[in-house]
Design a protein around this ligand. Structure first.
Ligand code: DAH
Length: 348
């Protein structure tokens, strides 16, 4: 037995020296410790060893096993390192090569760009940005804005009703005025804008869309006058269309403002000589505005004898089309990525 173990020990050490690959290491393992391996075979002979010798023989077998295991572990590690190093050397990445440029899926939408631009401007003037629901109550969209049921001015806003006469898709962002005043509970000042989607039952064509975008504005404070509105509108016009823009008010009618005005800017295209953009007038209308009607203040909990305010509503598609020279509003709604991808999100 002793002799056999000695033989095994020296042959496994000798063969070990010749191992140069993981495959050879595996063969070596099978030869000595496989099912019919040499060490396995000797171990199975333990059965026939008299009891009093079992301990001693067992220790000797274990000794050989230990030597084997140590050699095996060392070789395995060395060979695996070697394989890894070869792989690393072959797979080396050339970091000096140009990477593949990923094309952004799309850029910012032009409407979004105009909204974010205006938000930045108004925030810099102390305004906050409010939101309101697109599915709105008739109460806020019309009634509390001084447009009771049956009022003829409702016809101008052909509305999508959802639930009988009470729930609708907002036809303007003006209901956010009411919501904001109710939320502020008689406190002033209020200085908000609210950009958002609005809906009317229009047939879509080059200048109409059943879904469009407005930006509402509301300022409530002591002694607010049309002069404040004019100054604010002036800043917006110059910011969007250049510092030499002029602005003017044209008398108008909105049930929720008194007096009411149309907001016009001097044509940036022809220097007011008259062109197709300003339809020969030298002026371009971009929204409506006015001094908040006392009825609206009252219904929203404010005392018209103590505070006053101005409100405005810009047509965002109109501003966007003017700014980017778009002649068909459908360009903004047909999701052609070629129009969006001209603008990087970073430009917003
Ligand atoms: N809501 C109006 C519309 O959709 C626009 C408007 C006009 C808003 C005058 C206002 C305002 O806040 O004061 O035509």
């Amino acid at each position: 037995m002793d002799e056999k173990l000695q033989q095994i020990k020296s042959s496994l050490q000798e063969e070990y020296q010749k191992i140069t690959s993981l495959e050879q290491l595996n063969d070596w393992k099978v030869k000595y410790l496989g099912k019919k391996g040499l060490i396995t075979e000797v171990s199975s002979m333990m059965r026939d060893i008299p009891n009093e010798q079992k301990k001693e023989v067992g220790q000797k077998i274990q000794e050989v096993k230990n030597i084997y295991q140590q050699l095996y572990d060392e070789k395995q590690e060395a060979l695996e390192d070697e394989v890894l190093n070869i792989k690393l050397a072959n797979d080396a990445i050339d970091i000096t090569l140009d990477g593949v440029k990923l094309k952004p899926l799309t850029g910012a939408h032009m409407i979004e760009k105009v909204i974010e631009d205006l938000e930045g401007l108004f925030i810099s003037m102390g305004y906050t940005v409010e939101e309101g629901p697109e599915v709105e109550k008739d109460l806020y969209n019309f009634e509390m804005l001084n447009l009771p049921k049956g009022h003829p001015a409702r016809d101008a806003q052909d509305t999508f009703y959802i639930d009988k006469d009470e729930i609708l898709l907002r036809s303007q962002t003006s209901p956010v005025q009411v919501r904001t005043m109710l939320k502020n509970k008689e406190k002033e000042p209020i200085r908000i804008i609210c950009p958002g989607k609005t809906y009317r039952r229009d047939d879509d064509d080059a200048t109409h869309s059943h879904q469009f975008t407005q930006m509402e504005g509301l300022v409530i404070d002591k002694e607010i006058s049309l002069a404040d509105l004019k100054g604010t509108f002036d800043v917006v016009a110059k910011h969007l269309f250049g510092s030499d823009r002029l602005t003017r008010f044209r008398p108008s009618f909105y049930p929720f403002t008194e007096p009411s005005v149309e907001l016009d800017i001097s044509c940036f295209n022809c220097g007011m000589k008259g062109c197709s953009i300003c339809k020969g007038t030298g002026w371009i209308t971009v929204g409506g505005a006015g001094i908040v009607h006392p009825n609206v203040l009252k219904s929203s909990g404010y005392d018209p004898d103590k505070v006053s305010g101005f409100a405005f509503g810009f047509g965002i598609e109109r501003l966007t089309m003017l700014k980017y020279g778009i002649t068909d509003i459908r360009v903004l709604y047909t999701n052609d990525l070629r129009s969006n991808s001209q603008f990087s999100r970073r430009d917003v």
